[in-house]
Design a protein around this ligand. Structure first.
Ligand code: DMJ
Length: 456
């Protein structure tokens, strides 16, 4: 895996150094953040893989070249999970203050996204603080975009001792958990109003796009803060029960997590929802469940999701998954508009957790299949490209190397086969972009008492 990662990294260094992302066929760059996105998103993987020279080069770029206030509107969610998360994880792994200093400056710029009601706008201009959103937000905010800031901002607050970094994101989460919605209890609508009332703006529910990492962070913030702030654990457990009761469906011998419209299943599952297998497994072994039956069912659900997600690979000609599948008459099919593949990490993530937790070789065999398919169909001269059609051989390529290929997909596949326990799962929390940060040593730190009070 290290060789594959280095191939992706070296292509980026050659064709796009200091820019955001790589077009690996054209050998050119794309900039949507102007933050050297691939460098920040790769830091923790470079460190974990022991790529010392490459890590040092990236570190020097951060120290000398990174400007965290470019005059550009960036996604608050993406910048937080990829850039802020990447810097904080690099600090945690290396203890080099350069990363924390830059994270603090980036955190200051991102705080401008929150309005007086603690509502984060979808986009913010990192230089001017101007808040904006995309047309598709239609004036609303997205559940996953509001609820996937807390691991990063809490970590920044913890290391700087400054509550101001975490207070808005935690108040936003408090607002969401304090409401009841027109969807099964324990679940939340994908869109919320942006007026500070935290009302639902629709009644769609998803473990994939728009919902996913909101649910993930209920568990991970509870773990990060020392398993002490139990309102988060309880919200997580309510969600798991609701998944069993309302979202879990069967097709032949496959179990899948359907999206919902109100209480009605739509029988669609995104590849993005495949992360949830790892989450259910982590919840099971980390002590979230008090009840032994629920703990066992959660681990089983994680294993079921892993099997279904591997089927997403098996049903295509390239053996790489499309973006989403539909289920009808007991069968899985790749959705018509979802034949493309963006190098997504979620199944690899779930395999890594399940292997670590069960030791079952099957998960490594699945991982080997994924690696073979990536090397066969996605590898090009200067990196790895996404696929436009997973059912064509050879597949048409999109000439884009996602930064999360280096941050997540290759890291999780590496960790699946690594036996050195380089990142002990009991001691760290992976943010949703696979950047590990250490569980807080002192869950009673004064800075946490202020921002976590509502979650006791
Ligand atoms: C990543 O940026 C994160 O994992 C996020 O939570 C969901 N989407 C991508 C990868 O697919």
């Amino acid at each position: 895996m290290k060789d594959a990662f280095l191939h992706a990294w070296n292509g980026y260094v050659k064709c796009a150094w200091g820019q955001d992302e790589l077009h690996p066929i054209a050998c050119t760059a794309q900039n949507t953040f102007a933050l050297g996105l691939t460098i920040l998103d790769s830091l923790s993987t470079l460190h974990i893989m022991g790529l010392t020279e490459e890590f040092q080069r990236a570190r020097d770029w951060v120290a000398e070249k990174l400007n965290v206030r470019p005059n550009i509107n960036v996604s608050v969610f993406e910048t937080t999970i990829r850039c802020l998360g990447g810097l904080l994880s690099a600090y945690d792994l290396s203890k080099d203050r350069v990363f924390l200093d830059k994270a603090r400056l980036l955190g200051d710029a991102l705080l401008a996204a929150f309005d007086a009601n603690n509502v984060p706008s979808p986009f913010v201009n990192l230089q001017t603080g101007y808040r904006s959103s995309a047309g598709w937000h239609a004036g609303s905010i997205v559940l996953a975009e509001v609820g996937t800031l807390q691991v990063e901002f809490l970590t920044l607050a913890y290391h700087t001792g400054e509550a101001k970094y975490a207070a808005p994101a935690m108040k936003a989460l408090d607002g969401i958990l304090g409401r009841s919605y027109n969807v099964p209890q324990g679940l939340y609508p994908n869109f919320l109003t942006s007026d500070g009332s935290w009302n639902g703006a629709n009644n769609n529910v998803a473990m994939g796009a728009l919902g996913d990492s909101f649910y993930e962070y209920l568990l991970k913030v509870w773990l990060l803060t020392g398993k002490k702030y139990n309102r988060l654990r309880d919200a997580y457990l309510d969600m798991v029960r609701a998944v069993h009761g309302s979202m879990k469906q069967r097709a032949g011998d496959l179990v899948y997590i359907s999206e919902l419209y109100g209480s009605n299943p739509t029988h669609k599952m995104d590849h993005l929802a495949c992360f949830s297998g790892g989450m259910f497994a982590l919840g099971s072994v980390s002590g979230a469940h008090q009840n032994a039956d629920e703990r066992r069912d959660a681990l089983q659900l994680g294993a079921d999701v892993a099997k279904t997600c591997m089927e997403m690979y098996h049903i295509t000609k390239t053996k790489l998954p499309g973006e989403a599948v539909m289920f009808s008459n007991g069968r899985m099919q790749v959705g018509g508009g979802a034949l493309y593949s963006l190098q997504r990490p979620e199944t690899a993530e779930t395999l890594m957790y399940l292997y670590r937790m069960t030791g079952e070789e099957q998960y490594r065999m699945y991982g080997g299949e994924i690696i073979d398919a990536i090397l066969q169909h996605s590898k090009v001269a200067n990196g790895f490209s996404g696929l436009r059609d997973v059912n064509a051989v050879p597949p048409p390529l999109d000439d884009f190397q996602q930064s999360f290929l280096l941050a997540e997909t290759f890291k999780y596949l590496y960790l699946l086969f690594d036996s050195s326990d380089v990142v002990p799962l009991e001691q760290v929390v992976f943010n949703t972009e696979a950047h590990p940060v250490s569980v807080f040593e002192n869950p009673d730190a004064p800075v946490l008492q202020t921002v976590m009070k509502a979650f006791l």
